[in-house]
Write a protein that binds this ligand. Sequence first.
Ligand code: ADP
Ligand code: MG
Length: 416
Amino acid sequence: MGDSRFSEYFLMKAEDAGEYVREKIDFFRKDEELFCEEIGDGNVNYVFRVRSGDDARSIIVKQAGKATRIDKNWFLSTDRGRIETDILRIQDSLAPGLVPRVYLYDPAMCAILMEDMVGYTMMRTALMEHRRFPLFAEHISTFLVNSLLLTSDVAMEHKKKKERVKSFVNPELCEISEQLVYTEPYNNEKDRNLVFAPNEDFVRENIYENKPLHLAVAKLKFDFMNNAQCLIHGDLHTGSIFINDTHTFVFDPEFAFYGPAGYDVGNVIANLLFAWCNAHATMEDGADRDAQKQWLESAVADVIDLFILKYHNAFREHVDDSMAKVEGFEDWYLSALLESTAGVTGLEINRRVVGMAQVKDITTIPDGSKRVAAERALITAANRYILEAPRFRTGADFLENFLNAANVYMGETPCR
Ligand code: ADP
Ligand code: MG
């Protein structure tokens, strides 16, 4: 293999990907013609789809560039491909079928060969088309409980867990979250926040000049950096989920590291709320809009409530540390996890509304006054999630806080 042109790293083009796959694994028939295209739409990596002419088989090659694709001068360690591969394999073993299968990781080319999620839509896109997915809460709550609880010290042999912590140290990707989630939305220290002009005063008063908020966020920031609780996905927004009517895939976990469990759960909740705002602001008033909002409201509540239910089941089944079984610990550990979930729900909302990495659900709302209202509702709810985090204990608590703010700013009686 030493003389293969793929034995030394270079950035592939679509023309290279077919030959590359053939050389690396036995996936296609020898005689079949292959078609390749670059389908990446993210900011960071190159994604190639290689398929047979009859469309019977296809595979994805995800290659990490040395620099990101949005900025040639922004370098990121290519080790992220190794991290993404390792966590996908762990998640697949803990939550079978809920992540794409990895066939091979090639450290020379920093490329992952993985299952093509054909027939699925990115969840953010599907939600902006106002589609509903009744099984989503069921699937994602299983993914969250299994991938989070079962990688933590309460369910893992402690030395093995520490080995895991070591192998998932991910400083460069973590730094992005430390800046974009936990710092810049509050002080604009790099002058790259994107505040919707009519909300400048609102953001200054409620975010930039909100001292109690800054203290609460500072506490959450150092929890993110110091609480090596479990192996988190680290970027679980609706652009990291592919979905259809029957199944859900979570992908793109290159931000993974050992961090607080609430980070993943809070990201899911916040992104469902963006979809609610999009539905409210862009659909015609009527039964269909009500149904869309109602489904999103139950999804928010169900994700939390099913998470709690499955957490207790998994705790009873998998926890065998004698001190973790001390009376009261199971509930205390869950309360802390929900508190951190509430805090992160608020952080994810604020950073997507004012920070540099925004979400289309909000930025594409065509009616400026509706966007203003949605952003104000979101910020108001976010600050309460952060400042009053310990009081969020059930799905209904999470939902009610958002609907109260929506009612004030978006002039809408909640659907339930
Ligand atoms: P990045 O790390 O650059 O954000 P992603 O993993 O998000 O890359 O992939 C970018 C896009 O490529 C996705 O939005 C999706 O459209 C496509 N993609 C990535 N992985 C797969 C896959 N396994 N199956 C199908 N499409 C994929
Ligand atoms: Mg991505």
